[in-house]
Design a protein around this ligand. Sequence first.
Ligand code: MLT
Ligand code: MN
Ligand code: ZN
Length: 295
Amino acid sequence: MILRTLGAGAGGGLPQWNCGCPQCRAAREGRIPAMTQSALAVSVDGADWLLLNASPDLRLQLAATPALHPRALRDSPVKAVLVTNADVDHITGLLSLREQTGFRLYATAATQQILAENSVFGVLNPELVRRETIALDQPFEPLPGLTVTAWAVPGKVALYLEGDAPDTQAMGEQTIALTLQAKGRVVHYLPACATLPDWLVDRLQGADAVYFDGTVYADDDMARAGTGPKTGRRMGHLPMAGADGSLARLAHLTGRRRYIHINNTNPALLPGSIERAAVLAAGWELAADGEEITL
Ligand code: MLT
Ligand code: MN
Ligand code: ZN
């Protein structure tokens, strides 16, 4: 199984257009790598690819990835796109795939409904782009030899659908994990996850790799950075740090552990920070745009 990180960043990317935090400044000055918004590309044979999430940066991500370039006059190795939720940073890249080449678009019924209600996604010609509804806990095969299973994890609806008092730990189709299986290898992808109860920790055990929500280091990263009062938990994102954070809760996992969907305010992005040292010491890696791992 080939896993290519198209984008490691959370919504806004790094640098974010309106942010002058230390990480965004470091990225602008070329001292740390920039990050586009989160997405993975997955392949079994290196020829046909499945995209996990379609970020607003998708056009740039495709341009930067030779394996995803056309091999004929009108063609794409991208055979399927699966969006894990309706977040702006996970669906708006679909609008950059509107030039009349077919692919299958997988999402849960809840997410398909949001796409259907937003008529702008009608730019995807329904005769070419087949919308496939995925059921939770039902394995399916988006590419030959690749089995994917979507399952619910605690989380909330997309920011623009929140209303007054969103349940930040709802269980349902609005926030899903994906389990990828090919050639006996197992990978879990969770770009958003609000808590790690025991059953979820157990389910992640034994995998060859886990890509996990790296939005914030501490719950109050954004307040500390002075960029706003919102906590990670309020955004449906479990912090890395703390007794019930992902570093502690997933410390025993034996496979590769990579943080993805890393917000620009996360101090672990800065080389030399104590936060980065803590992440690396715990055996985690920070995903980076363009990296590829083969399992
Ligand atoms: C999130 O991951 O919490 C969202 O992408 C936030 C947003 O829509 O800006
Ligand atoms: Mn996001
Ligand atoms: Zn910033």
